[in-house]
Design a binder for this molecule. Structure first.
Ligand SMILES: Nc1ncnc2c1ncn2[C@@H]1O[C@H](COP(=O)(O)OP(=O)(O)OP(=O)(O)O)[C@@H](O)[C@H]1O
Ligand SMILES: [Mg+2]
Length: 273
């Protein structure tokens, strides 16, 4: 479990990126932080692994303040997928993936074996291991980023808009893969995005943020869609748009559900979900 208590981050130029933030991140679940650009998402994520230090407040992992942990050791124990992949361009895929393992003293052969295993886990062919990042597609690079974060088998995985730079089709593929991975691996995942649909697809718990990381609402996707806490949330998640505002339409074969663009999205089945 990760717990933020009254966390504030003021950058040296006076920008208050995070103001008095509280959150409990339950273990073995995916928590998604969603908010527009500049709302403080990356700052929140980086305070978990101490790449950014809070100005005040505490962040605890399983009851121990991160400030009481050695920052280097802490960082190596937490998987981190960066906003733009963050692969080292002059190192082969295999060396990118083994970085943390090598730093923590895993012998070369064992590190290599583990890296190949983890390429399997993220659905990359082992033959790509000898390539450089620039010789991969955008989606493949993102998978390498995930493989690198998973290599040391961390309990916690931080993902900062990992699919922001890829086209919508690849993005959908990577989202599905992420759901599959999470079912298999059961990590505590903190996932950052500004895409509400991605948040609702991947999140067990979704945190909607406004400027200064002010929490507009926190809950499961169903709770938020069924009961938006404010006009801001309703408008941010688009309750009146697209597939979130379905109308019923009678047809000869029964009742179907139609979105705001007039497209039929499904069939109404009576009974409880
Ligand atoms: N090193 C820094 N120095 C000063 N201000 C910063 C620094 N890093 C971030 N900020 C500011 O803090 C606020 C939050 O930034 P942050 O990067 O956490 O937002 P974000 O939600 O991740 O945005 P995005 O969706 O664009 O990645 C912004 O106003 C940003 O300009
Ligand atoms: Mg960011």
């Amino acid at each position: 479990m990760i717990e933020f208590r009254s966390v504030t981050k003021t950058y040296p130029d006076g920008t208050v990126a995070v103001a008095d933030f509280d959150l409990v991140v339950p273990p073995h679940r995916t928590t998604v932080l969603v908010g527009s650009s500049g709302s403080g998402k990356t700052t929140l994520l980086r305070m978990i692994n101490r790449m950014v230090e809070p100005t005040s407040g505490t962040i605890e992992i399983d009851g121990t303040s991160v400030l009481d942990r050695d920052p280097v050791q802490l960082r190596r124990s937490i998987g981190y997928v960066l906003q733009n992949g963050g692969l080292l361009p002059h190192q082969r895929v295999i060396d990118n993936v083994t970085t943390v393992l090598r730093l923590t003293g895993t012998p070369k052969r064992a590190a290599r074996e583990r890296a190949l295993e983890v390429l399997d886990v993220v659905g990359l062919d082992r033959s790509l291991a000898e390539r450089y990042p620039s010789q991969l597609s955008g989606g493949q690079q993102q998978r390498v980023g995930v493989a690198r974060a998973l290599a040391a088998d961390p309990n916690i995985l931080l993902m900062d808009e990992p699919f922001g730079a890829v086209d919508p089709i690849v993005r959908a593929e990577l989202q599905t893969e992420t759901l599959r991975l999470q079912q298999e691996l059961n990590k505590t995942v903190v996932f950052v995005t500004h895409d509400v649909d991605e948040a609702f697809l991947l999140g067990d718990q979704v945190v909607i943020l406004q400027e200064g990381a002010h929490v507009a609402q926190i809950g499961s996707p169903s709770e938020i869609i069924e009961n938006p806490a404010s006009e801001f949330v309703a408008s941010f998640i688009g309750v009146e748009r697209g597939t979130r505002a379905l109308h019923t339409k009678r047809t000869d074969r029964g009742t179907v559900l139609v979105d705001t663009a007039g497209r039929t999205q499904g069939v109404l089945v009576e009974g409880t979900a």
